[in-house]
Design a protein around this ligand. Structure first.
Ligand code: ZN
Ligand code: ZN
Length: 162
């Protein structure tokens, strides 16, 4: 029986992947993951069996044992590669909700306010309504959360070079 693949890719869609066997999903608070994601840390799942289905990664050797892969076109961080193993960034998957982290890796660099994020106040209903109006006018150039045969799609104006 064919196993369903967990697909994903970078923000621009130049790099896409399909994982057929997953390992542990984790949250890493180390300073290197903070820098690599420019965020509070790195969320990764081990990819035990997978294929790159579009494009190629560029790599940064972040230490003597680890290199990190990213899309050279849009900059999305995608992999943590070490000792022949590859972890892939959870939120680069088309459905990150299906990949909950099960462990966090401690670090003295953990930002102290990380735990408070989930309980921060949200926008009021009227503010949300205002924001929704603005979002409705935005045209996204982000790759959709599924595989595509052709990407990017032709845009209006491309034909005459605008
Ligand atoms: Zn990209
Ligand atoms: Zn880390």
């Amino acid at each position: 029986m064919a196993q369903e693949a967990f697909t994903g890719g970078c923000q621009c869609g130049a790099v896409r992947f399909a994982v057929t066997r997953l390992g542990r999903a984790s949250m890493c608070h180390c300073r290197m993951c903070q820098k690599a994601f420019a965020s509070i840390g790195g969320l990764f799942v081990a990819a035990r069996a997978f294929a790159w289905t579009r494009g190629q990664l560029k790599h940064f050797q972040s230490s003597n044992t680890v290199r990190r892969g990213f899309c050279a076109d849009c900059g999305t961080p995608l992999t943590y590669e070490y000792e022949g193993s590859t972890d892939i960034a959870i939120c680069a998957f088309d459905n990150p909700a299906a990949l909950p982290p099960t462990i966090q890796l401690p670090s003295e660099h953990r930002v102290p306010w990380a735990d408070a994020l989930a309980s921060l106040p949200s926008l009021s209903a009227s503010e949300q309504e205002l924001a929704a109006g603005r979002y409705a006018e935005i045209i996204s150039y982000q790759h959709p959360d599924h595989d595509t045969a052709v990407w990017p799609p032709p845009r209006a104006g491309d034909a005459n070079g605008q």
